[in-house]
Structure formats: C-alpha cells, structure tokens
Write a protein that binds this ligand. Sequence first.
Ligand code: UDP
Length: 253
Amino acid sequence: MARRKKLYEGKAKILYEGPEPGTLVQYFKDDATAYNAEKKDVIDGKGVLNNRLSEYFMNGLNGIGVPTHFIKRINMREQLIRSVEIIPLEVVVRNVAAGSMSERLGMAEGTALPRPIIEFYLKDDALGDPLVTEEHIIAFGWAGQQDLDDMVALALRVNDFLSGVMMAVGIKLVDFKIEIGRIWDGDFQRLIVADEISPDSCRLWDTESGQKLDKDVFRRDLGNLAAAYTEVARRLGVLPSNVTHAVKPHVIN
Ligand code: UDP
C-alpha cells in the first residue's frame, strides 16, 4: 500500500493524511522525550500502549458526551482522528500539587489542592512552553473568551471522568495535560479534545503505595517506563495481548 502523506512529525506522534477529507491518521511512536526534548530515549512498546490507552479514554469521553477527535483505532500504532485546528495552548488540570507547580510555588509534591486548578501553557518549544494567563491569551488572540470558557468546561469534564476511571482501578489522577482543537460544523465552530490522553500526559500514582505509573518514571529515572504503562493498561483491562510478553507488568524498579 502506498505510504500516506506525512503532514507533521512531533516528539511522540506522527500525523498522516487521512482517508477522507476532515480526517487524519495519528501514529504513536516509541520515542520518549522530557525537559523540552533534552532527555530522549526509545521505549519499546510505548506507542502501542499509548495508542490503546488514548483510544480507551477518548472512547469513554465520547460515550459521556465530551467531544473528542477520536474516530477509531486502525491498528496497533495508528488511529483515525478528526482533523482540527489546534488551539496553541496546553491545558493542565491539577488535583494534587506536583511537577512544575510544586517547584514554582514551593508546595510539597502530593499536597492535595482545595479544588481542581486549571493552567494554560503556550505551545512554543523555543520558549519552553511558558505558563500564560487568560489576559495573555485574550490580548494576544491565542483564543477568545468563549473559547476559554469552553476549554475550562471541557477540561473539568475530562478531569471528572478520568479521575473516576482511575480511582476505580486504584490510581490517583494527580494532574494531566490536554490539547483542544476547533472544528467547524457548517457555520458553527466547536471545541473538542484532541491530541492524546495517556500516561505520557498525566501523573498517575498508585493509591496505596504512591508508586508513579506515568512519564515521571522516565523523567526522573525511576525504573521501567513500559512496565509502568503496562500496569495502567492491565488495570484498565485494555492490555493488547502481544504486549504482555514485551514487558514485565509487575517489575517497575
Ligand atoms: N505535561 C505534558 N506535556 C508537557 C508538559 C506537561 O503532557 O509539555 C503534563 C505532565 O505530564 C503533567 C502535567 O502536564 O501530567 C503537568 O506538568 P507540569 O507543569 O508539572 O510540568 P513537568 O513537571 O512535567 O515539566
């Protein structure tokens, strides 16, 4: 089969032209990067796991009426998605202090927050994705006020859904990042969840032990990243059968 036209290659995924107008094929690579790509590695099986996990979360969101770009999984590494105009902001929702917020505000990792906190980061690798305020977003036209309201509403619904799904399998959703895209339905535009939802973009801690089951395992050299992601997939019942041999699910360190 002729290879599809590559439209964009990012750090963890490639986007190809889709089979129909308005669609794209999203390919999940095994590449892992952190600290704005200063730390890099190839983790066997990561792309397969994230393809499955993102399918699982996006399907669940679609099922409760939270619109996403996900249409269907095509194979082990690819999914069919709706083409969107990505809003150039990373939307982070936090339930527990960790990572950059802990550093910035001197708050111990693991401190429960009084309510979910939403932050926006400008998608700009050259600037290292800086934190921006709603004032910046409106003034510089990265999104409008209605978009911001819609983004906050979407982010909180994703948070409620993901927190519940994770809690049911003994995992605390500490924080996560989503990207949001604009689509046009005739004259009307709508915002939908795009990109991916996977342990690459969430912080997931085992409820009992506090063990990290997310990309911090790679960022902080805490052990086997694929084993951590496999454990998340196993608990959610979405483990592809041929990945079980590639990694040892219970050996994290
Ligand atoms: N995150 C992400 N991509 C980024 C930055 C952050 O997916 O480019 C996710 C990260 O995995 C975490 C949440 O967003 O779940 C909050 O990240 P934080 O701001 O604490 O940054 P970090 O400590 O990861 O640099």
